[in-house]
Each structure stands twice: as C-alpha cells, then as structure tokens.
Design a protein around this ligand. Sequence first.
Ligand code: SAM
Length: 274
Amino acid sequence: MSDLPPLRDIIQRYGLNASKALGQNFLLDAQLLDKIARVPGDLAGAMAYEVGPGPGGLTRALLKAGAQVVAVERDRRCIPALAELAEWKPGALQVIEGDALEQDEAVLVPGAHVVSNLPYNVGTALLVRWLTAPVWQPWWASLTVMFQKEVAERIVAAPGSGAYGRLAVLAQWRSSAKLALPVHRSAFTPPPKVMSAVVHILPQDAPAGVRVVTIEKLTAAAFGQRRKMLRQSLKGLPGALAALDVCGIDATRRAETLEIAEFVAVARAMDAAG
Ligand code: SAM
C-alpha cells in the first residue's frame, strides 16, 4: 500500500473537485485518517462500512488496518478512483455506487463497524435511523462517525447542559456515546465553516419494557418546548403526566434536567399503562 499515489494526484487525475451539493470536504492527512481508523479498535479481519468514501482517503486507512471494507458512494466521479484503490488490495474493498439512505445495512453489512466521514446533510438522518431501529439487534458493531462539532456535542451531551436534548437521549438510552477526536476545520479540503469531531458509539443492552417509539414521542414533546415545565410540554402526550407521577418525577422540572434513566422510566410507565 506504500506506493499508492498521493490523494491530491487522485483528486486531480479523476477531476474530483469538491461538490458543495454532495457535502464534499475531503480529508487528505494520512496520519489523521489512520487515527480515525483506530477509534473502533483493531479492525484486522473485521468488516467496516464506509459511507461516502469520496477519493478514498479514509478507505485507504481502513484497508491498511486490515478491514474488509464495503463503501457506498453517491458521486459517480469517485467510482473509478475507488476501483483503482480496490486493485491495491484485491478482495478487500467492495464499492457500491448509490445513496447511503437507500441501503439495507442489515443485509449488506451485518456486524460491521461503521467508520465514516459522513456528508453533513445526511449524517444526522443516518445516525437517527441507525439509533431508532424498533427491535434492538443493531446490525452495527460500532459507529465511528464525523459530525460538525456542535452536532457531536449534542450527541454526547449530559443532562443540564445546553446541548442536551433529543439526540443525546436517542444516542444514549441504549448505546454509549463518546467524543473520540476533535478535528480542526483546516484538516479538510476545502475547509468547512465549522469545526468537526469524531463520535464513537457502542450499542448496549436495551432497557426492558420500553418501546423506541415512546422514547421518540416523549423526547420530541419534552424538548419541543425545552424552556417549559414538563407539566406544560407533556400536556398533549397521552399518559405522560400520569407516568411522571408514577415515577415520582416533579412535573415542574424542565426536560433538560431529566437523566436518561428518568426518560426511560417515564417511557416504561407510559408503555405499561398502554
Ligand atoms: N470520506 C471522504 C474523506 O474523508 O475525504 C469524503 C468525505 S465527504 C465529507 C462526504 C462524501 O459522501 C462525499 O464523497 C459525497 O459524495 C458522499 N455522499 C454524499 N451524500 C451521499 C449519500 N447520500 N450516499 C452516499 N454517499 C454520499
């Protein structure tokens, strides 16, 4: 792999000038890319799923780490460049031209580690989809995903902080989520306006007796009016105020003060009451 041409040459040779519409901000620094590929742990012999490989910088790092890589890229201009990369490690890289939002990952990449510098416009949609599967047998072993720093902070936020909201609860009620690596905007070509960070998420056991749809409705209502007391924000959600009572949670509190375990307890009481 040491004699791969520099990524800048690949970008030039295949005319991969960055498209804003496709959220293209490329990473070219091999050291940084290797660091990202190390976040999930040892990938030797493991399956990695990369969304949006672009010119293939992170793909190279994943292949170097010994992973079997499946990569989905929507920009057809990148496909020949990725095909060239596939030749460097025959049988280790499968490239799919298509939209990541339309893939059935449970069939395509069961048990894979997701490692991706996601396009920002689809990143949150994919994450929420991956986190809100109705039955908690996640097809993914771990998620190592780049987000805008502000979104990354919302994913890992703790109660009481301004960043704590729906995304934190969805990411943490049956997973653990950590900030793995801050990434300066200057690391990207072209640099985006904002800073970024890599988030690392591992699935945990789902709490028993709670439906994801209930957690979704509860957090949507509670954080929809985050400055209001729960007795106001949850008024329109059937069973929610009674469930607060069952759990001994003071209805004058605001959503951002509730621990994740308290959201889980309220949702469980709602589900138990039918
Ligand atoms: N992974 C490369 C890197 O780190 O340099 C490129 C990252 S760039 C931020 C995002 C990539 O996702 C682009 O290559 C873009 O074409 C691709 N992309 C955008 N929307 C996509 C989608 N819906 N499905 C698959 N790939 C997509």
